[in-house]
Design a protein around this ligand. Structure first.
Ligand SMILES: C[S@@+](CC[C@H](N)C(=O)[O-])C[C@H]1O[C@@H](n2cnc3c(N)ncnc32)[C@H](O)[C@@H]1O
Length: 250
């Protein structure tokens, strides 16, 4: 796997202040629910933004895994500055295998980074292999059902998606199509690719790995998001949501 993230660690961290992150965090953490006393595995943890929050919310044991050495270096630096007892590993999720028995496996924007169906299937196998019986997998992901013609409507929320070639009228995205995610942080642009796979492909990969229940959750408004921007500001985001949360159990 290619590491596209080590060069953008700081800018990616700063992107956590973009408006759409308010709904991302509220929806993702609401679906995850109570983590008290749970063992949590955070795959594609980046610099540990959520990894730390799970421990701060009472998880018993949290492990973060990421392919990008610089992301894990930043996570470990923060752990050294303010120790929480987190464990971080530099590993490719597709080749990770079993590293423990977790109540909860979580990931934020990992599956949409994977460029092939084979890697998506392997990542889902890794996720299932690390769950205790009865455990859950929750991920926040690119909303693969967002129509590309609505991408531009979500730019004011800080979420800029684009295709290298506009879709021909009447056609839909092909499996594996790169979707460019672009951000502008304090006037500095940066971007990376996500890869499109259909909801059917995601569900097949998750079911083949062993998951029986798969639920897709739309973003939810939070009191903070309404207070900061007003309710109407979020209308396009809620109607043409660029992100989704997927919740799976065995
Ligand atoms: C968009 S970033 C999200 C980081 C973090 N989860 C967050 O929300 O702040 C995606 C992360 O997934 C990691 N990643 C991509 N492919 C991976 C793989 N095959 N194995 C492990 N990590 C991977 C990248 O290095 C990157 O840090």
């Amino acid at each position: 796997m290619i590491d596209s993230y080590s060069s953008i660690v700081e800018l990616y961290q700063k992107s956590k202040h973009l408006p759409y992150r308010l709904l991302e965090q509220h929806t993702y953490l609401s679906v995850i629910g109570d983590v008290a006393n749970k063992a949590v595995l955070d795959l594609g943890c980046g610099s540990g933004f959520y990894t730390r929050q799970f421990k701060q919310r009472g998880a018993a044991h949290v492990v973060g895994v990421d392919l990008a050495p610089k992301m894990i270096e930043a996570a470990r630096t923060e752990e050294a500055r303010a120790p929480l007892g987190l464990t971080y590993m530099v590993e490719d999720v597709a080749a990770l295998g079993n590293v423990g028995d977790f109540d909860l496996v979580v990931s934020s924007y990992l599956l949409n980074c994977l460029p092939t169906q084979a890697l998506l299937r392997k990542a889902c196998q890794t996720i299932f292999a690390n769950l205790k019986p009865g455990g859950r997998f929750v991920t926040v992901n690119d909303n693969v059902q967002q129509a590309p013609e609505t991408y531009a409507l979500c730019e004011r929320y800080g979420c800029m998606k684009s295709l290298a070639h506009p879709l021909e009228p009447g056609t839909s995205l092909e499996e594996g199509t790169p979707i460019l995610l672009s951000f502008s942080i304090e006037g500095q642009p940066f971007s990376f690719n996500n890869y499109y796979f259909s909801r059917t492909t995601y569900e097949a990969a998750l079911q083949n790995a062993g998951f029986k229940s798969i639920q897709w959750h739309q973003p939810m408004l939070s009191p903070e998001a309404i207070q900061q921007f007003g309710r109407d500001f979020w209308n396009d985001f809620l109607e043409h949501s660029p992100i989704t949360v997927i919740e799976c159990s065995g």
